[in-house]
Design a protein around this ligand. Structure first.
Ligand code: ATP
Length: 274
């Protein structure tokens, strides 16, 4: 409806239900989070506390959404950063940024009256790339600081911190990050299959008027290889086509055109980076 005009889009999905497809990833992350939620149990059994979850997979598949949903599920505050924010010209600045980030997470949780914080670090490979014999001293210090902070997290501590890292280049990560007690839980977040694509399309169609004839099953078929982010664009582009047509609703044709548009956009992007 017209009342949405000018308002920011609701971009903060809160629950796992708002993430389409990714059933296996969702189940795996929930299982891991349950360790955090049922803390008394894990200490009774002497199980090593969960500190880090690594989400791996191509861009736009919902890794950020999963981290946000994880924060919601565990009733934690959510803090996000990207690995590239820690790359600095001056030695030590990256490391001190890492320290600040952990401090901020604790303070934010305390202020919000929560007992835990989820710290999401996208592009973690930028900080945690393989250390290659002292070539990148600054990165080393930043990575070392991250390891130190992770080692310093204890279950008894309050607020607790759970780190969720994301990367689409897992093979690039320094093995120190993958050791037990660090990012020892790895969850693959792959491109959605047809069922997943249909689910994602449904989610992004929620606030849009769809024509009765629209067959999302077919659109899911036609969008083979699309990520969640691309499917979100398809819905958005289709809505723009519908509006330009002064149509009452989004039709199958608008959606098919939108698929082509998104595909073409990707090609242009690729040309531009050549
Ligand atoms: P990157 O690696 O580029 O950071 P990402 O995997 O973290 O990507 P998100 O930021 O979670 O991807 O997704 C970007 C947007 O794409 C989301 O805000 C959402 O609109 C849409 N999206 C992606 N995956 C899904 C999904 N599984 N269900 C619903 N929407 C999705």
């Amino acid at each position: 409806g017209g009342e949405r005009k000018g308002k920011p889009r609701p971009t903060t999905p809160l629950s796992f239900e708002e993430i389409g497809g990714q059933e296996r990833a969702k189940q795996e992350i929930i299982e891991a989070l349950d360790f955090l939620v049922h803390e008394e149990q894990i200490s009774k059994f002497g199980i090593r506390p969960l500190k880090g979850i690594l989400l791996t997979g191509p861009p736009g598949t919902g890794k950020t959404l999963l981290a946000k949903a994880a924060a919601h599920y565990t009733d934690s505050v959510y803090i996000a950063a990207s690995g590239s924010e820690f790359v600095e010209m001056y030695v030590g600045v990256g490391a001190s940024r890492i320290r600040d980030m952990f401090k901020e997470a604790r303070q934010k949780a305390m202020k919000a009256g929560k007992t835990s914080a989820v710290l999401f670090i996208d592009e973690i490979d930028v900080i945690g790339g393989k250390r290659d014999g002292g070539q990148h001293r600054e990165y080393d210090q930043t990575l070392n600081q991250l390891l130190t902070e992770m080692d310093g997290i204890h279950t008894a501590e309050s607020p607790k911190i759970l780190i969720i890292g994301a990367t689409n280049r897992k093979e690039m990560l320094d093995s120190a990050l993958l050791r037990p007690g660090r990012f020892d839980r790895h969850i693959g977040v792959d491109l959605p299959d047809k069922k997943g694509r249909k689910h994602i399309l449904h989610i992004h169609a929620r606030n849009k008027p769809l024509h009765d004839e629209v067959n999302l099953e077919k659109i899911a078929e036609e969008s083979f290889g699309f990520s969640g982010a691309q499917l979100e664009s398809v819905m958005n582009e289709a809505a723009i086509y519908a509006m330009r047509d002064t149509s009452e609703s989004l039709t199958q044709r608008h959606l098919s055109m939108a698929i082509d548009k998104v595909l073409m956009g990707e090609q242009t992007d690729r040309e531009a980076t050549k």
